[in-house]
Design a binder for this molecule. Sequence first.
Ligand code: GUN
Ligand code: ZN
Length: 428
Amino acid sequence: MTICAFRGEFLSVARDPLRDPASVRHEVDGLLVVEDGIIAARGAYADLVDRFADVPIETLPGLIVPGFVDAHVHYPQMDKIASHGEQLLDWLDRHIFPAEKAFANKAHASSVAEAFLDELLRNGTTSALVYPTVHEVSVDALFEAALARDMRIISGKVLMDLGPDGLSDTLASGRAETEALIRRWRGRGRLGYAVTPRFALASSDVQLADAGALLADNPGILMHTHLAENVREVSAVAARFADSLDYLDAYDRFGLVTSRSVFAHGVHLPDRACARLAETGAGIAVCPSSNLFLGSGFFHFAQADRHGVKLGLGTDIGAGTTFSMLHTAGLAYQAGLAREYPLDPFRALWLATGGSAALLHIEDKIGALEVGQEADFVVLDDASTPLLARRTAGVPLAARLFALQILGDDRAVRRTYIMGNLAWDRDA
Ligand code: GUN
Ligand code: ZN
């Protein structure tokens, strides 16, 4: 057994502060005791120090928050960030599909997966729900790299039997590869599986139905896809699924809307779909950086809240342009304000940590630095640039946190810890 403790300033938000303001937890001088990677105690240093007098204590410089949880990101797209000129459907055809074809090669997939996970850690992201490509080896490459880093990563082979040449599977191969991957990876390390139909337009009706069957047959896994992201995509879905009430209903008819369903975007949803999301417990990974980059629109926080839709936050690299969940939280504020919704900075922190963890059904394990959770955390530097230092000096916590979200990025991540072990040190 190894036991160690960290002393410093701690901040976490375990539940949606909109509904439960008492969930914001802040210790100016706190202690976090970690036993074999699991949090054994957390509280004010003065209250705990006697109980753990024999435990070695390391003092951490900065604001310690839970590791960020990116609820929607594509690892094969990291080298296509900043591809110019098109909205979603043309961007996919011109930039993304050609790049994804290269992930049939395991060595290429592995080298990108390694770089991707390193970049997550540099940005303080310790867990993510990740799109690979249609290729089985692209999942193996990611899971192998995540296992070696002991990271909590969820992924699953992309299903797309209507995909372009060289990037499509079939009903049979999609099912066989998904089942093989679940068998191969289930229960290993901190990994999880998500059945991942690319989006409604990339799969035949039979493959969408089969994805629903895979979800039903494997109770522990998630379903991960895109929903109502871009105006032209929504029109194309309405044309193909003319009998469906709306985009969400096109998935619902195939058994894909459940409490274990994670939908990226949801920018253009009618009230009926929001009500149905809330009724089923399915949720949305809000991706403001991507929505801005592809000209998709602004997420409607007030509408989602009116219906009680479960929410998390995602970067959606490579339509998103930043790995930083801090910066993404700042963009969520700006997207919200475009629809007159001033997102609270504590709620934004919750979306980037505990909210995304709940969306991914891992809130018992990570996201709030509570006793019994895994010790994934980040040490933030609120003076990482001269401007940030000026803007955070001597201001209240909410203003400091908001400045970190608006002005902060990877430079503000001083250290990242996985299961209590140092995984990234900016100053090393
Ligand atoms: N919809 C279907 N595929 C994709 C993708 O790769 N990125 C985004 N942003 N939306 C999608
Ligand atoms: Zn996406």
